[in-house]
Design a protein around this ligand. Structure first.
Ligand SMILES: NC(=O)C1=CN([C@@H]2O[C@H](COP(=O)(O)OP(=O)(O)OC[C@H]3O[C@@H](n4cnc5c(N)ncnc54)[C@H](O)[C@@H]3O)[C@@H](O)[C@H]2O)C=CC1
Ligand SMILES: N[C@@H](CC=O)C(=O)O
Ligand code: NA
Length: 429
């Protein structure tokens, strides 16, 4: 074993960073044996230097992250501060100054991954980011490496722990939305600004990263159709239950049947209770990957939290350190297909629409006519009357999303339709 240690700079010592530091210290001997050289924490960049950080030598703490990544003796920079800047500049500076990078920053990778990969390649460094998608679950590396010889056609799953935790609590214990979000935040699952979770930005970033790797193309967060869970009500969840379904925030990335384009979307959806994703509880994530030769693969495990995320960071750290010792680099970006991303309107899906209508003869026929005019076929209709008003729940067959949203627009214009109480896509059947 080499006796000279590999030096690691840790940027950020919050939920994830503090666990990375802890595991690096407590498992130092095992990590050294697995890598073939000791790994040493050479500096920790923080915002609040006065905070007591158990197990970390105070002499390592600095507020000057730039000076740390410019040092020249750093082998690996672990970036767990999050956000776009200064993370982007710090990572690029790290590459320029000789370090490889391990990052958990999905927001940055989905915004500017191509430039970061290009910088890593230019300077001959590694950029690893297993923690950025689905926490502890090995998913990035299986897609980048194990499935590199296959053709992936679809990636579908739950990739945000916070929203899954909230929906699960609302469904199973009747907890309120805010109460469940507070609990997820206290457990270290939510982003620094939880809007990123509940509005679907975090899942959209992960979908962009997954689509890019899976289809060997470039997908940015702005290419991903995004809807969060803030509009999901207790009534939606109850309605899903009546249909034998539950509500999950799904990320779905698909290659078009003709192979000429891809789609990527994040939105809440009803899925049958019999579907494996329905039993994904709390902050767990689960992702199905459908590949031509492999068939269907399922990846499941803890998708958020300090310790699970640190596991993925440490796995990358070991891989990058091994590459450093072998004077090699791992796989870089593979985006040779340059497939266009089609708009949401072209995605074929199913809708569950709940309407408040006048309870009088001919209303059902009127509503059915609107569906027929838009070319959307109805699967089931359930009507419930209440004092001259009625609620009508329509579930459609599969149709282009543009036709489904056109149907909803036309329904809103009917005098007999008092309101559209909820619209949700139905997946997994
Ligand atoms: N918490 C989780 O479950 C997961 C988090 N991630 C990602 O890991 C990264 C870190 O997340 P958390 O640890 O949860 O966030 P956090 O907010 O707990 O920690 C980030 C830390 O970085 C510090 N920081 C921010 N700017 C800094 C700067 N310029 N210099 C030095 N320190 C700075 C903050 O003061 C904070 O302590 C983010 O990119 C997040 O998206 C990824 C997967 C799971
Ligand atoms: N906020 C994220 C953390 C992990 O990526 C989530 O809840 O999934
Ligand atoms: Na992962």
């Amino acid at each position: 074993m080499r006796t000279r240690p590999l030096k690691v700079a840790l940027l950020g010592c919050g939920v994830v960073g503090s666990e990375v530091a802890r595991i690096m210290t407590t498992h130092a001997d095992d990590l050294a044996a697995r890598i073939g050289a000791p790994v040493e924490l050479a500096g920790v960049a923080v915002r609040r230097p006065s905070k007591v950080r158990e197990g970390i030598d105070p002499a390592l703490i600095t507020t000057d992250a730039t000076a740390l990544v410019q040092r020249g003796d750093i082998d690996v920079v672990v970036e767990v501060i999050g956000g776009i800047e200064p993370a982007r500049t710090l990572i690029t500076t790290a590459f320029e100054n000789g370090a490889s990078v391990v990052s958990a920053n999905k927001a940055l990778l989905a915004e500017d991954g191509a430039a970061l990969h290009a910088a890593a390649e230019k300077y001959g460094r590694d950029l690893y980011y297993e923690a950025a998608v689905a926490g502890a679950i090995p998913l990035v590396r299986p897609l980048r490496e194990s499935l590199a010889g296959d053709k992936v056609n679809r990636v579908l799953g739950i990739v945000n722990g916070t929203t899954n935790f909230i929906l699960d609590k609302m469904d199973t214990s009747g907890a309120g939305y805010s109460e469940a979000l507070d609990e997820a935040t206290a457990l270290g699952y939510a982003e620094a600004d939880p809007t990123a979770d509940v509005e679907g930005f975090d899942a959209a970033a992960k979908a962009a990263i997954l689509a890019g790797i899976a289809f060997h193309t470039r997908v940015k967060i702005g290419d991903v159709h995004r809807e969060g869970i803030t509009e999901v009500t207790a009534a939606d969840i109850a309605s899903a239950r009546r249909m034998g379904c539950t509500v999950k925030l799904l990320a779905i990335c698909e290659r078009a049947a003709d192979g000429a384009s891809v789609t990527a979307r994040v939105h809440p959806a009803m899925i049958p209770l019999s579907h494996p994703l329905a039993s994904v509880r709390e902050a767990y994530n689960a992702v199905f990957v459908e590949a031509e030769a492999a068939g269907q693969l399922m990846f499941y495990g803890p998708g958020a939290g300090g310790s699970p995320t640190a596991s993925a960071v440490l796995g990358d750290l070991v891989a990058v350190c091994r590459n450093k010792l072998g004077e090699a680099t791992g796989p870089g970006e593979s985006a040779y297909t340059r497939l266009p991303v089609s708009p949401m309107g072209e995605v074929v899906t199913r809708y569950h629409i709940s309407l408040d209508v006048a309870d009088k003869p001919g209303v059902l026929a009127q509503v059915a006519t609107v569906f027929a005019e838009q070319g959307v076929s109805i699967d089931t209709v359930r009507q419930q009357g209440k004092d001259g008003e009625a609620s009508l729940v329509v579930v459609t067959h599969r149709a282009p999303d543009a036709a489904l949203s056109g149907t909803v627009e036309a329904l809103r214009k009917l005098d007999t339709v008092r309101g559209v109480a909820s619209i949700m896509r139905v997946e997994g059947e």
